[in-house]
Design a protein around this ligand. Sequence first.
Ligand SMILES: *[C@@H]1O[C@H](CO)[C@@H](O)[C@H](O)[C@H]1NC(C)=O
Ligand SMILES: *[C@@H]1O[C@H](CO)[C@@H](O)[C@H](O)[C@H]1NC(C)=O
Ligand SMILES: *[C@@H]1O[C@H](CO)[C@@H](O)[C@H](O)[C@H]1NC(C)=O
Length: 354
Amino acid sequence: MKELLLLLLVVTKASSRSHSSWCEPGCNCQGDLKFTICSRALFTELPARVPPYTDLLDLSDNLISVIPEGSFNKNRKLRILLLQNNNISVVEDGGFSQLEFLQKLDLRWNRISTLTEGFSFGLAFLRELQLAHNRLTGLHSRSFLHLDGLQRLNLTGNSIRTIQVRSFSPMSSLRQLHLQDNRLTSLRSGIFSMLRSLEVLNLAGNRISKMETGVFKPLTSMSLLNLVNNQMSTVYFKTFLSIRTYSTHILLEENPWNCDCDLQRVFRKLQSIQRLFLDDYYNLTCEEPPVLKDYRLMDTELCLAETITVLIITITVVITVLAAILMGERSRKKKEKRRKHWPQQGELSEESDY
Ligand SMILES: *[C@@H]1O[C@H](CO)[C@@H](O)[C@H](O)[C@H]1NC(C)=O
Ligand SMILES: *[C@@H]1O[C@H](CO)[C@@H](O)[C@H](O)[C@H]1NC(C)=O
Ligand SMILES: *[C@@H]1O[C@H](CO)[C@@H](O)[C@H](O)[C@H]1NC(C)=O
């Protein structure tokens, strides 16, 4: 019995020793050391000991603030890396560069303010990048340079004001781009160039009031365009006409529409385009002019005044033309009458000449 107990003790000690030699205190290494869970461990830096064959490393809810260069060079097999809810403000160039098998990287709720080219070094197989709720203010043409395989990018809830032309163009496999709740005010054409695979573009909750007419043209796979809760007061027909897809749903609610005949006409023309679906057209409300505030755009007939004006102008023109013709006719008749007199005078003068 004593021997058995001793044996048990030795075994547990040995196993706990081997466990601890692979697994940092504060972490829980499970499933043949494939899952390393170090959530809420009060870490202020990355743990030194992570089992080398770990698939999933969960470091969420810690106080990590820096990702130094080459941090994961002993964990090249990682497929999922969770770093949400930390204090990360610095990702050194090449911080994730060893992670050639990484598919998902979650960096939500951190303090990242810039994405340098070095951020994406070596992440060619990354499929999903969560960067929501950081402090990004702008995206540069090299921010996502090495993310050729990315399919889903979530940038919700940053403070992005500027997007350089071609910022997203390295990501030709991207299918979802979430940019809601940022500070975009205008969309320049070229910012979405090369996004041939993009299916979902979420721009809700920005301050967009201006869009260059060609901005959505490169998005030939787009099935959902969300522009809810922006600052648009009007749209150009061409902007949406240039969307060359099989079918695209467009959401436009919660914008301060300036309801005039032009706007109504644009929407009527858009509705007649088979491939475009204005799903919330019936919910669009007017902000301007004041008399129409909170009225629904579809409930008003804004082109009536214009129609009447056009009618009046047409009638006026017709009357004028008719009058002119009549006057012309009358004066022709007068002339004819006069001509009947003139020849007699001519005869007379001829007579007097001879
Ligand atoms: C978070 O990082 C900042 C520096 O970026 C530091 O000043 C602050 O103390 C950190 N907060 C915590 C809770 O570690
Ligand atoms: C993007 O991030 C926000 C904030 O975390 C989240 O609510 C949303 O579901 C995410 N969307 C996708 C498609 O990942
Ligand atoms: C229109 O607004 C109503 C009430 O806010 C909402 O229930 C409905 O889902 C909206 N319809 C669309 C198509 O967004």
